[in-house]
Design a protein around this ligand. Structure first.
Ligand SMILES: Cc1cc2nc3c(=O)[nH]c(=O)nc-3n(C[C@H](O)[C@H](O)[C@H](O)COP(=O)(O)OP(=O)(O)OC[C@H]3O[C@@H](n4cnc5c(N)ncnc54)[C@H](O)[C@@H]3O)c2cc1C
Length: 523
């Protein structure tokens, strides 16, 4: 996946004024999912992302591939069933990136075992043939065996159930590569700045700008899909400045700790926190991640900030369940994501957690809401609509069985394992080959597993353009340990500059920019 190659394809079409079947705005799970679906059906598709792929919410999730136990409690059975099916398909099609994870709901009151035991049996039942393993009641000893770091006072037992876990940004890169493998053109650092119109005023293309060079790009298209998450309305207003807003934003934060806070290979699930939320503490890439919150936000931004009370809330809640309560000093990183919640008839109380398709009078097709786990189903639904609206060839969706780039079965995946190249699937071989050069086999920081060869690979094959791309999304250094990531910025900048043909000045500016950003990930 190379940017120069993508730009060449885009310019070629523009010169011939040959429209793409579909142009997608937004390179998160939703937009890239649409690109995969369209390309795999045999449609021509181009995607533009304003920043890097996954810069928005799609790199900032809780990392769960799940039906959503919480929605079960709300009685939203169709949403849970559909997500559980997608969970199964995701593991089937990307076994190198999605794996099972056991979760324990600890019980401190007499009523919790029967209550959560029955609820989670229903969760198993709804998964049907896509089940990940049967839930089970645990004694106190069995609970502690699975979660040795759990607070023992008044502990009665627990319930274990199974869901999926993944690395969100890495899956996104592999989805982008899947779309590219099928002929799609995907561009990062190319915001859509306007929409093209035909003589009758219908949207028939996208105007974008390559922010790396300033080059203006025109992308004529039979149908334009707006998949910009919390930025949905700003793109809709390019088509119709008077369009009523569709999306409201809520933010969720996560704190990352050393793995010793959560011993064992099991995640902790707190089904009802003091203010009625769900809190997870999960093992991830050799660390423990705790989250999340749900705080209304006025305006979307690409780098949302955590509120002090959100940090305190997670520390306090996690501290009640862990025998060694974490403090602010123990936080290795904090990251924040924004949920695009779709308004129900303008009433915020009726916010939908499901996905929504919307067609503006200009013909702009918007898809938003939903969750990472349901990206494939959302994409199928969206491309089905695009085919009708754009009068495109009626090609069948193929993604239920489409192997994701790097597909590799039986990779040794484990949420607790650090430093494995297995997340790259079959691409790991190429990285190992690069690492035969001793200079590229070196670890970039003693506290994180990443090696120099991964940086070179990210630049050559995964369209990494900046130090942040490498440290935040091609590797997950920034999300795991923001101080270690800061220390890695200099060697990464040097490697990238050599790969991408930039000078020392560029490298120095990149280091400065990254260091400023990384401060926001520190508590
Ligand atoms: C805290 C939190 C935890 C979550 N945890 C989970 C979980 O564990 N499991 C799960 O299944 N789901 C989870 N979700 C939901 C899931 O992360 C989101 O549903 C999903 O990532 C949304 O993807 P998206 O592509 O719609 O939006 P985004 O990822 O935000 O992508 C939109 C993209 O559009 C780009 N863009 C904006 N304007 C323009 C423009 N003019 N031109 C070009 N590009 C533009 C942005 O830069 C951005 O990259 C979580 C969400 C949050 C907030």
């Amino acid at each position: 996946m190379r940017k120069d190659e993508m730009l060449r394809k885009v310019r070629e079409r523009a010169e011939k004024n040959e429209p793409w079947d579909i142009a997608v705005i937004g390179g998160g799970a939703t937009g890239v999912g649409v690109a995969v679906d369209a390309a795999a059906r045999g449609l021509s598709v181009v995607l533009v992302e304003a920043h890097d792929f996954g810069k928005g919410t799609s790199s900032r999730s809780t990392k769960l591939v799940h039906g959503g136990v919480r929605y079960l409690e709300q009685g939203n059975i169709p949403l849970v069933m559909s997500a559980l099916k997608e969970r199964g398909l995701m593991r089937q099609n990307a076994p190198h990136l999605v794996h099972d994870l056991a979760f324990v709901v600890p019980n401190y009151s007499w009523w919790e075992a029967p209550f959560y035991g029955i609820g989670l049996k229903l969760y198993d039942l709804l998964a049907g043939k896509y089940g990940f393993g049967a839930s089970k009641l645990l004694t106190k000893d069995e609970t502690l065996e699975r979660l040795p770091g759990l607070e023992q006072e008044e502990l009665r037992g627990g319930v274990v159930y199974y869901d999926g876990q993944f690395d969100d940004a890495r899956l996104l890169i592999h989805l982008a590569m899947t779309a590219a493998d099928h002929g799609g053109a995907l561009l990062n650092y190319c915001p859509a700045t306007g929409l093209m119109r035909d003589a009758e005023g219908y949207v028939n293309g996208v105007i974008a700008q390559d922010n790396e060079t300033g080059e203006a790009l025109t992308l004529p298209a039979k149908i334009v899909v707006n998949a910009t998450g919390v930025f949905t309305d700003s793109v809709r207003q390019m088509a119709d400045p008077a369009a009523e807003t569709l999306v409201v934003t809520s933010q969720g934060i996560h704190l990352v700790f050393d793995r010793s806070f959560l011993k064992g290979d099991t995640a902790l699930m707190v089904p009802k926190t003091s203010d009625g939320r769900v809190l997870f503490v999960i093992p991830w890439h050799g660390h423990a991640v705790a989250g999340t919150t749900d705080t209304p936000v006025d305006a979307p931004s690409l780098e949302p900030r955590p509120l002090d009370e959100e940090i305190e809330f997670i520390l306090d809640t996690a501290g009640r369940y862990l025998s060694r309560p974490p403090s602010r000093e123990d936080v290795l990183a904090v990251y924040v994501g924004l949920r695009p919640l779709v308004k129900g008839d303008g009433k915020t109380s009726a916010l939908s957690r499901d996905h929504v398709l919307h067609v503006d009078t200009s013909g702009l097709l918007t898809i938003t809401g939903g969750k990472w786990t349901t990206y494939r189903h959302m994409a199928e639904d969206c491309v089905d609509h695009a085919i009708t609206l754009g009068k495109l060839p009626d090609l069948e969706c193929t993604t239920k069985k489409l192997k994701i780039h790097g597909y590799l079965k039986n990779a040794e995946l484990s949420g607790s394992e650090e430093g494995s190249l297995d997340v790259y699937g079959t691409d790991a071989e190429a990285i190992r080959e690069l690492a035969k050069n001793p200079g590229l086999a070196v670890r970039l920081h003693s506290e994180l597993p990443y090696i120099a060869a991964e940086v070179v690979w990210a630049a050559r094959a995964e369209m990494a353009r900046t130090v942040e791309d490498v440290l935040a999304r091609r590797t997950r250094a920034l999300f795991l340990n923001s101080r270690a990531a800061t220390a890695m910025a200099e060697p990464v900048a040097k490697l990238l500059a050599a790969e991408l043909g930039h000078d020392d000045e560029w490298a120095a500016a990149q280091v400065n920019e990254f260091r400023t950003l990384a401060k926001q990930y520190m508590v």
